[in-house]
Design a protein around this ligand. Structure first.
Ligand SMILES: [Zn+2]
Length: 137
């Protein structure tokens, strides 16, 4: 798996946010539950909570980028993925997401791989060699 496909797709901002929020949660738990002088159960809980929240932020960043390149509304899908409880929003996203769009050879607009024509310029998306083979036969 290349970087572009997996974690590399997550925006840098989401990675920074996940790190900052994760560390803030750990610090908060350490401060309030362990009386900011010992590392105990509160801090351990904080590490767990921080990791879960950070993972959610990273997933949200991934959904945002991935939805954009598939021609799906990214903000709506990111909100859905975050708001549907127990991570079911993420499951829904991965079940319902569309295939990755490819650029139209004429105008460069993103076109779904199963589309016959470009939605912007109307250019046929059937490859030229396929069209020629139809004409011959
Ligand atoms: Zn086009």
């Amino acid at each position: 798996m290349t970087g572009r496909r997996g974690l590399g797709l997550i925006p840098a901002g989401a990675k920074v946010l996940a790190t900052v929020v994760g560390l803030a949660i750990v610090t908060a738990f350490y401060w309030f539950f362990d009386g900011h002088n010992t590392v105990g159960l509160g801090t351990a809980l904080g590490v767990g909570m921080g990791a879960i929240v950070a993972a959610f932020i990273l997933f949200a960043g991934y959904v945002y980028r991935d939805a954009s390149r598939r021609g799906m509304p990214p903000i709506a899908w990111t909100a859905l993925a975050l708001l549907v409880p127990n991570g079911l929003g993420f499951v829904l996203y991965f079940v319902l997401r569309k295939p990755i769009v490819h650029p139209c050879p004429k105008c460069g607009h993103g076109v779904a791989s199963d589309a016959a024509f470009c939605p912007r310029c109307g250019q046929s998306q059937v490859a030229a060699d396929v069209r020629d083979s139809w004409k011959v036969s």
